[in-house]
Design a protein around this ligand. Structure first.
Ligand SMILES: *[C@@H]1O[C@H](CO)[C@@H](O)[C@H](O)[C@H]1NC(C)=O
Ligand SMILES: *[C@@H]1O[C@H](CO)[C@@H](O)[C@H](O)[C@H]1NC(C)=O
Ligand SMILES: *[C@@H]1O[C@H](CO)[C@@H](O)[C@H](O)[C@H]1NC(C)=O
Ligand SMILES: *[C@@H]1O[C@H](CO)[C@@H](O)[C@H](O)[C@H]1NC(C)=O
Ligand SMILES: *[C@@H]1O[C@H](CO)[C@@H](O)[C@H](O)[C@H]1NC(C)=O
Ligand SMILES: *[C@@H]1O[C@H](CO)[C@@H](O)[C@H](O)[C@H]1NC(C)=O
Ligand SMILES: *[C@@H]1O[C@H](CO)[C@@H](O)[C@H](O)[C@H]1NC(C)=O
Ligand SMILES: *[C@@H]1O[C@H](CO)[C@@H](O)[C@H](O)[C@H]1NC(C)=O
Ligand SMILES: *[C@@H]1O[C@H](CO)[C@@H](O)[C@H](O)[C@H]1NC(C)=O
Ligand SMILES: [Zn+2]
Length: 637
């Protein structure tokens, strides 16, 4: 803990220095910004959400495209969900979805894709507001370093009918009868033939999943405060407890990170987190397990194919799932105990980045979602360099990465400029073959994530003092612990998600419909030719892919985020199991026995900490949680 505080101070001082603005300047700037931007977030109704997205498309055509899924997938057999009492064609609900990326960059087809669902349940109203304001925020602040590497698909209202009329299910008329379907029980996973793909919402999501190639997803709900991940179905229960999935290490660590970034405030509790079966309850037909496992689980064991029914009335073609399409790290977020907590709890525009000024349900979920997106694809936040006295100084930072397992600085003399630096290196061997030599190497330092990045710097010295041209390359490997196999995962196979596979396999490639996921086990940046001189050349911080507008705001955000991290470090509300490696303290992975929660191989203080966490959990189960379990039958989450 002491170390942690010390490190924070050093970094804060560093950043304060970097920005070179007096406190007064910063305060003045923030006050001005506050007057412009510190408006309270209003609740947006169905119509306002649709309009907001089309408006954003008009304003930012290079960064967002908006579709109406009903027209896009143009299937006349989709159940007709109306958003008004008159059932005329123009009253069909609009299932709008938006794609946000940098369309001007030809590489966007290979950016990391993630999917966000606002609300399967119409009366759980926080999610649609989170996603609509998040879209606006990303587009209005294009320095977030998200547009340059992410491909974000947002379905702000997964149940527009329920949202517009404030009820849970989606209803339509079938053979003269009104049929209502719970969209999050309507996916072909651990359910029966006549109980899947009966809703327009679930079928539209299936179409979206067949079209894109998602690495990860978040689906928003309401009714409690928790973050859960697979398994979340009855076929993955053993007596009363849930089974871990083969990707538990990644699920757990990214889930815990979201809980930490979500924070804890006087009126807003910290997110509990854990596998859905334990922390919420098992269901049949859920989107979470389907989107994580439908591409691979049925191939593991022929008997598992019974978990994947055909759905009555749906063609084989529509049901067909490719090997690449359903391998997502999918999270379910229960945003609030109250499904409709009122707009006074949403927060203000400014709080999205300034969490020290209070926090709302909408703002904290925007912040944790943006952080989540950023962490899906590590990259270099900045690389700066300076030459003087015939030496060369390089500084770099990795973002979107909690722990830099390994980073190297490589150098190549290139006086004749016979070699051209190219930006498509993908392995260390390639760099070595191309004449680079390892100058310095570091292992296991805290790389951390955006806004709390720690830097590596290195002076390169040469044997003889003369001017020369060099090329440099920086090689890093991130978060290798996320890829570890969990011995008690079920089924007992290697991790299956794209996320883990692309980080652990340096030749990984997955493809769907012209979109690719390439390995990001190593991230490599090369620069050159650079001049080594006897006078000082300083390249100002070269914030890659970033506009110059909001440095000062980021400074506040930075400090704010730090306080969460340092507080969050020792208080984990995430329940259990195998790993406890992230967070700022980075204790080595705590080994817990999986099935009986008993502890092994832990230093005493950590054992006490764990026991505290667990007793909290038990209290929840016996107190608050029970209530949820009871109300679930009538009410559902
Ligand atoms: C989008 O891509 C274009 C072309 O590569 C680039 O010039 C621009 O800076 C990018 N915009 C952002 C916000 O990354
Ligand atoms: C996308 O990745 C694929 C597979 O690695 C590659 O062949 C293709 O050139 C990449 N596309 C772009 C535009 O970078
Ligand atoms: C879901 O799986 C459980 C356990 O295998 C099974 O008992 C149950 O019948 C399944 N549900 C459906 C609807 O098939
Ligand atoms: C619409 O869905 C039906 C049932 O799944 C299928 O037979 C048909 O091919 C689909 N049509 C289109 C245009 O996708
Ligand atoms: C260069 O070396 C001189 C003499 O050793 C020293 O005074 C000066 O500070 C150095 N300059 C830089 C930029 O390191
Ligand atoms: C980059 O370098 C690699 C390895 O030397 C080479 O195969 C590739 O063709 C180069 N690409 C470009 C665009 O120069
Ligand atoms: C790595 O990925 C490639 C391409 O997707 C695949 O062929 C290979 O089997 C994978 N290697 C391992 C060890 O999983
Ligand atoms: C480098 O430049 C400084 C003055 O800028 C000079 O005093 C020094 O001798 C130079 N060093 C070499 C090795 O040329
Ligand atoms: C950078 O900042 C300057 C001065 O504030 C401003 O005029 C310019 O438009 C900004 N550039 C971008 C890309 O935001
Ligand atoms: Zn729900």
């Amino acid at each position: 803990m002491k170390f942690q505080v010390g490190a924070s101070l050093v970094l804060i001082l560093f950043f304060a220095n970097l920005i070179r603005a007096s406190d007064d300047d910063i305060q003045k700037y923030l006050d001005e910004q506050g007057q412009i931007h510190n408006f309270p977030l209003k609740h947006l109704n169905y119509k306002q959400i649709v309009e907001t997205f089309y408006q954003l498309e008009k304003e930012y055509p290079h960064y967002i495209k908006v579709y109406d899924a009903v027209q896009q997938f143009n299937n006349e057999t989709l159940p007709k969900a109306y958003c008004s009492n008159t059932q005329s064609p123009q009253d069909l609900c609009k299932f709008i979805y938006a794609v946000i990326t940098n369309y001007s960059d030809p590489k966007h087809v290979n950016f990391t894709q993630s999917f966000f669902s606002g609300n399967f349940h119409g009366d759980e109203v926080v999610g649609p507001n989170v996603l609509t304001y998040m879209a606006k925020y990303i587009l209005e602040k294009p320095d977030l370093n998200i547009l340059s590497k992410s491909y974000i698909v947002i379905l702000p209202m997964s149940n527009p009918q329920g949202y517009s009329q404030n009820y849970r299910e989606e209803c339509s008329i079938k053979n003269g009868k009104k049929i209502c379907t719970d969209i999050n029980r309507d996916f072909p996973y651990n359910t029966t033939e006549n109980k899947c793909f009966q809703s327009a919402g679930a079928r539209i999501i299936n179409y979206i999943w067949k079209k894109y190639l998602f690495t990860a997803a978040i689906t928003f709900h309401g009714g409690m405060t928790a973050i859960g991940w697979p398994w979340g179905s009855k076929n993955h229960m053993t007596t009363s407890k849930g089974q871990l999935s083969p990707d538990q290490s990644a699920f757990y660590n990214l889930g815990k990170r979201m809980s930490e970034v979500g924070g804890e405030y006087p009126d807003i509790p910290k997110y509990d987190c854990g596998i859905l079966n334990d922390i919420i309850y098992p269901v049949e037909g859920s989107f979470e397990d389907w989107s994580y496992a439908a591409s691979w689980e049925k191939d593991i064991d022929p008997s598992f194919s019974s978990y994947f029914p055909k759905c009555s009335g749906i063609s084989d073609d529509e049901l067909q799932i490719k090997d690449s399409t359903a391998r997502s790290l999918t999270y379910l977020i229960e945003t609030t105990n109250n499904k409709s907590p009122g707009e006074h709890t949403y927060g203000t525009w400014q709080q999205i980045q300034n969490n020290d000024k209070g926090q709302g349900h909408v703002t904290r979920n925007i912040r944790l979602t943006l952080d989540f997106i950023n962490n899906l694809s590590p990259s270099y936040e900045l690389v700066t360099h300076k030459s003087a006295n015939y030496t060369f100084y390089v500084k770099w930072a990795v973002e979107g990465c909690h722990q830099v397992s390994n980073t190297k600085l490589l150098v190549r003399e290139n006086d004749q400029q016979s070699n051209v630096v190219n930006d498509s290196y993908y392995s260390l061997q390639q760099l070595l073959d191309d004449g680079f030599q390892i100058y310095k190497e570091y292992t296991d330092y805290q790389g951390k994530v955006k806004d709390i990045t720690s830097f590596r710097s290195q002076v390169i010295e040469f044997e003889d003092q003369r001017e020369r041209l060099i090329d440099i390359a920086i090689f890093s490997e991130c978060d290798s612990f996320l890829t570890e196999k969990v011995s008690s995962g079920q089924p007992t196979i290697e991790p299956q998600s794209h996320f883990v596979r692309s980080r652990s396999n340096d030749s990984y490639i997955a493809e769907n419909n012209g979109f690719f996921i390439n390995s990001n086990k190593y991230i490599i940046k090369s620069l050159g030719p650079l001049k080594v001189t006897n006078y000082s050349i300083y390249t100002e911080p070269d914030v890659i892919n970033s506009a110059n507008s909001s440095q000062k705001n980021d400074y506040e955000f930075l400090i704010a985020l730090f306080s969460i991290i340092t507080v969050g470090a020792f208080i984990s509300y995430c329940i259990y199991k195998k790993f406890d490696g992230l967070g700022a303290n980075n204790v080595s992975f705590q080994q817990l026995q999986d099935d009986d929660h008993q502890l092994q191989q832990l230093p005493k203080s950590q054992q006490q900490q764990q026991q505290q966490n667990q007793s909290k959990k038990v209290q929840n189960k016996e107190g608050g949680m029970k209530q949820y379990e009871l109300s679930h039958e009538e009410d559902g989450l």
